[in-house]
Design a protein around this ligand. Structure first.
Ligand SMILES: Nc1ncnc2c1ncn2[C@@H]1O[C@H](COP(=O)(O)OP(=O)(O)OP(=O)(O)O)[C@@H](O)[C@H]1O
Ligand SMILES: [Mg+2]
Length: 235
C-alpha cells in the first residue's frame, strides 16, 4: 500500500489543522515499518489513510500500483476490500462489550462468511497464540487492558490481512508480552509477507523493525534502518 503525496486537513472549531502534509510512504510486503514521533505529529492520521479508514484531503493511496483512494473516494465502497485485506489495531482496543474475547475474534471471521464452527476454532487458535486460552470466555470488562489489546490483535489477524496497521499495540503490555507481540509481527512479515506498520513510542523494539520513520508536524522527517541505532537519513 502506497500513500503518495497525501495531506489531511481537519476543520475543527472553525480553524484548519493540517494533520498530515505531503506524506509519501510505501508499505511493502514482508516489510516491518515503525513510525515514531511526538503526540499530534500525524501518526494515527497516516495509519487511517493507509488503512483506507479516512480519505486523504490531497494526494492518493495506491494498492499494488493502482490508485484506490483519493479525496473523492467514498470509503464505504472500500469496506469489502478493507475487510479482506487490512488488519487494524487501534490505539484503544475497541472490543465489542457484549461479546466475549473469543466472540470478538470470531465475529470478524463470520462477517467474512466463515462458518461459525470454523470461525470459533480459528478464533481460539489466535487467542492461544497470544496467551489468552484461559480468557476466551471473558467479556472485555473482565480483561486487563493488556489482555484486551491482545484480543484486538488476534481480531486484526483473523482474516489473514496483507496489510497490518497497529497504533501503539504494546502500550498496555509489559516488556515480555510486548516483545512477544512484536515478534509475532516480525513473523507475519517474514513468513507470510504481510506489510506491517507499527506506531510506537517504545524504543525497546527498534531492533525488530526493518526501518523507522520519524514524523513531526504532519511530515515525515527522517527514515532510518532498524536494528542497531545508526545515523538518521535527512529527507
Ligand atoms: N478528527 C479530527 N478532527 C480534528 N483534528 C484532528 C482529528 N484527528 C486528528 N486531529 C489533529 O491532527 C493532528 C494529528 O493527530 P494524530 O492523531 O494523527 O496524531 P498522533 O501522532 O497519532 O498523536 P498521538 O501520539 O498523541 O496519538 C493533531 O493535532 C490532532 O489534534
Ligand atoms: Mg495517535
Amino acid at each position: 500500500m502506497e500513500v503518495r503525496g497525501a495531506g489531511k486537513a481537519y476543520l475543527s472549531a472553525g480553524s484548519t489543522v493540517n494533520a498530515l502534509a505531503d506524506m509519501t510512504l510505501a508499505l511493502r510486503a514482508g516489510e516491518l515499518t515503525g513510525i515514531v514521533g511526538p503526540s499530534g505529529s500525524g501518526k494515527t492520521t497516516f495509519l487511517m489513510i493507509a488503512g483506507l479508514l479516512e480519505p486523504p484531503s490531497t494526494g492518493a493511496v495506491l494498492f499494488r500500483g493502482q490508485p484506490i483512494a483519493d479525496a473523492r473516494t467514498r470509503l464505504n465502497s472500500l469496506r469489502d476490500f478493507r475487510r479482506t485485506h487490512v488488519g487494524f489495531i487501534f490505539q484503544k482496543a475497541n472490543l465489542i462489550p457484549f461479546l466475549t474475547a473469543v466472540e470478538n475474534v470470531q465475529i470478524a471471521l463470520e462477517i467474512n462468511d466463515v462458518r461459525p464452527k470454523a470461525a470459533r476454532a480459528k478464533a481460539r487458535d489466535l487467542l492461544a497464540r497470544f496467551g489468552l486460552e484461559q480468557r476466551e470466555n471473558n467479556y472485555p470488562t473482565q480483561l486487563s487492558g493488556g489482555e484486551q489489546q491482545r484480543v484486538s490483535i488476534a481480531r486484526a489477524l483473523a482474516n489473514d490481512p496483507v496489510l497490518l496497521l497497529a497504533d501503539e499495540p504494546t502500550a498496555a503490555l509489559d516488556g515480555a508480552r510486548g516483545r512477544q507481540v512484536m515478534q509475532e509481527f516480525r513473523k507475519l512479515a517474514d513468513e507470510r509477507q504481510v506489510a506491517v506498520c507499527v506506531v510506537t513510542h517504545d524504543p525497546r523494539w527498534s531492533d525488530i523493525f526493518d526501518r523507522i520513520v520519524e514524523m513531526s508536524d504532519g511530515r515525515m522527517t527522517t527514515v532510518r534502518p532498524g536494528g542497531a541505532p545508526t545515523a538518521p537519513v535527512e529527507l
